[in-house]
Ligand binder design. Structure first.
Ligand code: G6P
Length: 611
């Protein structure tokens, strides 16, 4: 979602760094953007409801330059995506020149009460945003020390925020604060930076400090000073993050999504890390005890991560015999459920910052379920900090909004969890463990072989690009894969797509089947294959066009109305991880054929840090 970059430098113009930082944050999703600089003793800004490239052109047209500034990409929550709502917001004494420039990620829950109070103090609001409230509050509390004013301002805020601000009267200072929304500090000899994601600073600095909730930071050249929520000096260690520059480069690929699909063999191999034995320690030091206590599993997640959880339910129940519930985080957090302290609560999140998943986790803990585990791709995230146990997937930075390599690495980690829980319950003997490990080690090459199907899939994509609806069918553990295939297609090509368990076809969706409705089917050779074949007959009998991903043993032949791509092998229980890959490619090439913005689909955000 929204992105922040801020910088204070020794004399040099930081405008290119701010703009480039915004470009690196574009992947998070946004609908407007803006930049403000300290220039000739005044605040100057430009904002755009178009892309960062447009903002860059405006910056150069207006010859904006300065050594202190902040920039932002906004994903609208309060107020439409319009220029007057775009950040940075300015404030100053009523009737006077602007004095404060501020950007914000998150949501301020008490913005209405504060707005009334500040209106009473004479401030005039130009936007519908909750952010402008913070800018005026900061100005209201300002008494020649911006850092002090921000510390006092955040005490009045309820909700989630990451803030960056600077002041006309203190030209060599940028301040920031975080609570519930990510914010990092980048340091170098000649400048210091703020960003909502270390990736924004790739190529600028690899020296990163992660702020914690409640922190307020003062940046000047040669000085980074952090205080915690109690106002005490806080020592936040500097981490070196060398891998970021490479992650941000597109290389020979047309889009990040394509790059990330092709990175999956490597990402899965890195996640497995030469694993030669299954043991609870894979999930943390306390895992042995926690797994012994576990009587049931509750998985909480959103979006693609939720579909990974749905797949895991099949594995955990089949291998470990533990009852497993999977819930959409935004639903679970608000419903009355029946807590059981012997539950292992598992959150799944690529970013580790998804607001609903974090809130659902806290809700579960408040209900007495303290045994928590996260499968997460970001080791420094709030999710990892909040959970007792964790497994870090090693997908690397994922930039395309539509999740691909994060999903397959989550599935890999979840299969390891199912095996480990089975072992803890005495349900995994040595021979079975060796067999599963062998299959896991083969997984990267199985995915690699599947990627070679790309030319066939491009052939199908041309047809899909001319349709407005599609159905995706699967059975058993491939039902969540059908859901994920449909989600991928709708997210990036804007074709309406639905995933269904094939057995449900005649309970509704069959009414939609015509020649214009392609029906994609995930059809591996498993125990449900014969049932699935009957379901496919139901589609064919009504003139529906079938697009089937079978495998070597499935024996479904190409014939008029039945288009088959044969997967290179038979992958047993790991089949969902391999079968999702051609569905990712189908969505990707269909979107390319339709000419959509694949990596930044309209209205969507990569990291959903608000409710
Ligand atoms: C957004 C992203 C999805 C992602 C979901 C959950 O909707 O666009 O790709 O699956 O959030 O995100 P998380 O970071 O918690 O996995």
């Amino acid at each position: 979602m929204c992105g922040i970059v801020g910088a204070v430098a020794l004399g040099s113009d930081i405008t290119p760094i701010l703009v480039e930082g915004l470009q690196r944050l574009e992947y998070r999703g946004y609908d407007s953007c803006g930049i403000a600089l300290h220039m000739d003793g005044a605040l100057r800004r430009t904002r755009s409801t178009s892309r960062v490239a447009d903002l860059k052109a405006l910056v150069s047209r207006d010859a904006l330059a300065g050594s202190t500034g902040i920039a932002h990409t906004r994903w609208a929550t309060h107020g439409a995506p319009a220029t007057h709502n775009a950040h940075p917001h300015f404030s100053g004494r009523p009737g006077g020149q602007p004095r404060i420039a501020l950007v914000h990620n998150g949501i301020i829950e008490n913005h209405e009460a504060l707005r009334e109070e500040l209106r009473g103090a004479g401030y005039v609001f130009e936007s519908q945003t909750d952010t402008e409230v913070i800018a005026h509050l900061l100005d209201h509390l300002y008494n020649d020390d911006l850092f002090d004013a921000l510390q006092r301002a955040v005490r009045r805020l309820q909700g989630a925020y990451a803030i960056a601000a600077f002041c006309r009267d203190e030209p060599h200072r940028v301040v920031g604060a975080r609570n519930g929304s990510p914010l990092v500090v980048g340091t170098s000899e000649s400048a210091n930076y703020l960003a909502s994601d270390a990736l924004a600073l790739a190529g600028t600095t690899d020296q990163i400090l992660y702020l914690e909730d409640g922190d307020v930071v003062d940046l000047q050249v040669g000085r980074v000073w952090v205080v915690d929520s109690e106002g005490r000096a806080a020592d936040r260690p500097v981490h070196t993050v060398p891998a970021f520059t490479a992650a941000a480069e597109l290389g020979p690929y047309r889009h990040y999504m394509q790059k990330e699909i092709f990175e999956q063999p490597r990402a899965v191999a890195d996640t497995l890390q030469d694993l030669d034995t299954i043991s609870p320690e894979l999930f943390g030091d306390a895992a042995y005890k926690v797994f012994q206590e576990t009587q049931r599993v509750l998985i909480l997640a959103c979006g693609t991560s939720y579909y990974a959880g749905m797949t895991a339910k099949y594995w955990i129940e089949a291998l470990a015999g533990l009852p497993t519930a999977v819930e959409i985080a935004s639903e679970y957090r608000y419903r009355t459920s029946v807590p059981d302290p012997s539950t292992l609560v598992v959150t799944i999140s690529q970013s580790g910052e998804t607001a609903d998943t974090l809130a659902a986790l806290k809700h579960a803990r408040r209900q007495g379920m303290e045994n928590t585990l996260t499968i997460c791709n970001v080791a420094s995230s709030a999710m990892v900090r909040e959970c007792k146990l964790g497994f870090i997937t090693r997908a690397g930075v994922e930039i395309g909004v539509a999740s691909t390599k994060a999903f397959t690495t989550q599935l890999t980690a979840l299969f390891l969890l199912a095996l480990t829980l089975a072992q803890s319950r005495g349900k995994l003997d040595d021979a079975a463990e060796a067999e599963h490990l062998k299959a896991l080690r083969h997984l990267p090459s199985a995915i690699q072989a599947t990627l070679a199907l790309e030319p066939h899939i491009i052939g199908w994509a041309d047809t899909f690009a001319r349709r407005e609806n599609a159905l995706f069918l699967g059975r058993g553990m491939h039902y969540p894969i059908a859901l994920e295939g449909a989600l991928k297609l709708k997210e990036i090509s804007y074709i309406h797509a639905e995933g269904y368990p094939a057995g449900e076809l005649k309970h509704g969706p069959l009414a939609l089947v015509t020649e214009q409705m392609p029906v994609v089917t995930v059809a591996p050779n498993d125990t449900l294959l014969e049932k699935l074949k009957s379901n496919l007959q139901e589609v064919r009998a009504r003139g529906g066009q079938l697009y089937v991903f079978s495998d070597t043993a499935t024996r479904i032949a190409n014939e008029p109305g039945v288009h088959v791509i044969q997967m290179p092998g038979d992958y047993g229980m790991l089949s969902p991880i391999v079968h999702v890959v051609p569905l990712q490619l189908l969505a990707y090439h269909t979107a390319c054929a339709r000419g959509t913005d694949v990596d930044k689909p309209r209205n969507l955000a990569k990291s959903v840090t608000v409710e």
